[in-house]
Write a protein that binds this ligand. Structure first.
Ligand SMILES: [Zn+2]
Ligand SMILES: [Zn+2]
Length: 472
């Protein structure tokens, strides 16, 4: 949340219910008394929230194509916001008969409880581990929708949810919390709901969104940054420093120590840490991944994008970037699928005017989620009544910016070949000339070999994109 621009994060209560209560009764009251104007954004019980969720059905319909419809839709229910949106969206698309499974965990099963009692009912407390999902009372509209014949209420155990998280981490290398765990629940789905051969039924975790097309403006970027932070050992460093501060009597250590590769908190600590050699080795790792053989995981995490995003983070912190890294960034920043705004920002940082100066913190001028929200709020004052969506789904949907990827890039391919077969002719691949003599090398960069003038000439069209005068 801090990474996305929140300046203050307060943790309170054992579950969402207590947290919400604290927000409304304490935080908002205090803010009012201090002359501020608190704004409450309801997480599930509001039409605007349902309207937003309903657009997921539009996307499903668009992706499946005309005449197709889903066998069933499965969604997790906390307060019922997503569930209401899905029912609404289905209705609007004329798909009101599509079966919907409303899934809860035991101990947070407020919808199931209400349906069982036949009246809107409140759980005495949240005993499920899915605490962020735990609304003790479901939205009244969700209770109404829940009674439709097309809806089946399913209650899973916490163990099912954990199993789903573990499997999702195993499949996608992404950890999600229990509240949005993808649960394999084939055996829980009533058979009559499924048509054809459904191998497995899965629940996707939360939607990936974007609030702009620049750097640091999407869940995609922040998820990737979080992975980079983890690889850099930043999360470990933070734990150690928090423990130390606690020993020294800092009761607010969790609040006070937050290290991010991108963000306003403690940039000096993070920069010093990265500049101690961590950045250089992380660059090498990311380069090896970018130039290694394409793998299945690249579908979700373009290695070229990660390589470029690492550079953007390091620039924002004012780290010292190796010159050959900056050179390579210039060649590849267009290849990883950056969105249009991000491409412009990176171009300016690399080529100027007023570009990145090595060792000086660079401002990419990306508006964070909060700033974007406030700017839109301001616009809304002039066009009263019109609502604008803020957290839009990135064009690529899950795990992707939708802007293509490096797997089909000629530049990456040439860099990869040069990297993996440094002793072969760039034109034809032979390792020695017919005469047995060593291969010639490109006079300019001295890092590409050729068996003959013809091969070099033929290959120049590709090679010139990455050929730089040799350093030193
Ligand atoms: Zn050749
Ligand atoms: Zn060359």
């Amino acid at each position: 949340m801090r990474g996305a621009g929140a300046t203050k994060v307060i943790q309170e209560g054992a579950s969402w219910y207590e947290c919400d209560q604290y927000l409304r009764e304490t935080v908002m009251t205090e803010a009012k008394e201090a002359g501020e104007m608190p704004v409450y954004v309801p997480p599930f019980d509001a039409k605007e929230i349902w309207d937003g969720h309903a657009t997921m059905v539009d996307e499903i319909v668009a992706q499946m194509g005309v005449g197709q419809k889903p066998d069933a839709i499965i969604c997790s229910v906390g307060g019922g916001g997503l569930f209401c949106g899905i029912i609404q969206g289905l209705e609007k698309a004329g798909l009101g008969d599509v079966p919907v499974l409303a899934v809860e965990t035991k101990g947070a099963h407020s919808l199931a409880l209400s349906l069982e009692k036949g009246t809107l009912s409140t759980l005495p407390g949240i005993t499920s581990i899915a605490t962020t999902l735990g609304a003790r009372t479901v939205a009244p509209q969700a209770f109404l929708y829940g009674q439709r014949p097309s809806v089946t209420s399913v209650v899973l155990t916490d163990e099912d949810a954990i199993e789903g998280c573990v499997r999702f981490a195993d499949d996608e290398r992404i950890m999600v919390e229990a509240a949005c765990g993808k649960r394999s629940i084939k055996d829980k789905v009533p058979q009559q709901m499924m048509s054809g051969d459904v191998e497995e039924v899965i629940i996707w975790p939360t939607i990936m969104g974007a609030w702009g097309d620049g750097l640091f403006q999407s869940d995609h970027d922040f998820d990737m940054i979080s992975e980079l932070e983890n690889e850099a050992g930043l999360h470990k460093l933070m734990e150690v420093d928090i423990a130390k501060a606690k020993e020294d009597g800092d009761t607010n250590a969790e609040e006070n120590f937050y290290y991010s590769m991108y963000g306003p908190s403690h940039p000096d600590v993070v920069r010093t840490y990265l500049d101690s050699g961590i950045l250089v080795s992380l660059i090498e790792t990311k380069k090896a991944e970018m130039l290694g053989p394409p793998s299945e995981s690249h579908l979700f995490r373009d290695p070229c994008y990660a390589y470029v995003l690492l550079g953007a983070c390091a620039m924002s912190l004012g780290c010292t970037l190796p010159l050959d890294y900056l050179n390579t960034l210039k060649k590849v920043y267009t290849e990883g699928g950056l969105m249009p705004g991000a491409l412009k920002q990176m171009h300016k940082a690399l080529y100027g005017p007023d570009g990145f100066i090595n060792g000086v913190p660079y401002d990419f001028q990306s508006k964070c989620l909060l700033e974007t929200a406030m700017a839109k709020g301001h616009q809304n004052q002039t066009s009263a009544g019109s609502s604008q969506s803020l957290n839009v789904l990135g064009p690529g949907g899950f795990f992707n910016t939708g802007m293509g990827d490096s797997s089909s890039s000629a530049i990456i391919k040439e860099l990869r070949e040069q990297h993996s077969q440094p002793d072969s002719c760039g034109g034809c691949g032979v390792k020695t000339q017919l005469s047995g003599e060593a291969l010639m090398q490109c006079a300019k960069c001295k890092s590409r070999k050729y068996c003959s003038r013809e091969c070099q000439k033929k290959h120049w069209k590709v090679h010139k994109k990455i050929c730089d005068p040799a350093l030193g």
